[in-house]
Design a protein around this ligand. Structure first.
Ligand code: SF4
Length: 340
């Protein structure tokens, strides 16, 4: 039986870090625990007839914890829990507590839409959670209803201000679409002026086939921020980060832009993903390279799993463009998967 070493994996231990065939060290795992959501954002899913994965087709918490242990053994330092909306899955908070307390995850972060999150803030703070990424596209109630097809802005704001009050590190991710006005961007920017948070605007980039629209929005966003927030200055981007960060004189927090495609950062890409159905993705643009659910449910050993994970990382494409051409358009990621 495979013995899990103490975390984090020590340099020189017999469980060396996960390094891909391009020399990139993998330290970041994004774990989607559900495909379900309590909002219906128009850019993400249709209003009705949303196909969801059945419970049996989703990795159980036990299966997820086994995978987390293995990834920790290979030097993963940061784990982000995403969805869908993670708190829609029953037991999410208990799962986070086990990851932190039983498995020893050092850097545990979560991406949430904030609709049901306020009630968990004290427990998140007690973990302690290393940060919350909150998705919020507008501060206008009517616009929020139009975008998300739900009237839940007040609940999201309760989460936002509750997290700030508890001193939880907060990043707000906001998708900028063709309909987003300058006034709306300014109001969102004011959140960073008045609070110590990072307000990040996500360029809504329609994928292949809609290049004209991409050009228009790309051109607009950096310039719009510069016009709206005089003195905007870029800061040093951290390795592996997909956001360009900016400071603004007099702001307590910072502003940022997350590129729709995120492919500018491939040379330092340190992340892998696991989908709710248990597929390992070594790039946002692949279709899944390893079926954990199938392997686990047919009785694979930990040693074999480790070997298979390493072998996938050994065949990784250099960047998202190469991955996309190898996989075709079926691999187009959703806006939610980029911002999350
Ligand atoms: S496109 Fe793929 S390789 Fe590039 S940064 Fe995103 S996930 Fe990493």
């Amino acid at each position: 039986m495979y013995e899990h070493p103490k975390h984090p994996a020590a340099p020189g231990s017999d469980t060396p870090q996960l390094i891909d065939n391009h020399g990139r060290i993998i330290t970041y795992l994004r774990l989607a625990i559900t495909d379900r959501c309590n909002l219906r954002c128009s850019y993400c899913m249709p209003e009705q007839g949303v196909e969801t994965v059945s419970h049996g087709e989703t990795l159980s918490y036990e299966e997820l914890e086994r995978l987390v242990r293995l990834f920790l053994d290979m030097g993963i330092e940061k784990i982000r829990i995403t969805g869908g909306e993670p708190f829609v899955r029953r037991g999410c908070m208990d799962f986070l507590e086990r990851l932190k307390h039983d498995l020893g995850v050092t850097q545990l972060v979560i991406t949430t839409n904030g609709v049901e999150t306020a009630r968990y803030l004290k427990r998140l703070k007690a973990l302690p959670i290393s940060g919350i990424n909150l998705s919020l596209d507008t501060l206008d109630r009517e616009r929020f209803k139009t975008i998300t097809r739900r009237d839940r802005l007040a609940d999201v704001l309760e989460t936002l201000y509750g997290a700030l009050e508890l001193g939880i590190l907060l990043k707000v991710n906001s998708v900028v679409s063709e309909e987003t006005s300058d006034a709306e961007i300014y109001r969102l920017g004011e959140l960073a002026r008045d609070n110590g948070l990072s307000m990040r605007f996500i360029e809504k980039m329609p994928f292949s086939g809609e290049k004209m629209e991409k050009r228009r929005i790309d051109y607009g966003l950096a310039e719009r921020l510069a016009n709206l927030f005089p003195g905007l200055e870029p800061t040093q981007t951290k390795n592996g980060s997909t956001a360009k960060e900016f400071t603004v004189p007099g702001f307590r927090g910072s502003l940022g832009i997350i590129e729709g495609s995120s492919r500018r950062f491939c040379s330092t890409c340190n992340r892998v993903r696991i989908t709710p159905q248990g597929m390992l993705k070594v790039c946002l643009y692949d279709n899944g390279v390893l079926d954990f659910k199938d392997l686990i449910r047919t009785g694979i050993s930990d040693e074999e799993l480790l070997k298979k994970i390493r072998s996938c990382l050994n065949k990784r494409f250099a960047d998202g463009h190469q991955t996309e051409s190898a996989n075709g358009r079926a691999a187009q990621p959703s806006m939610a998967s980029i911002g999350g």
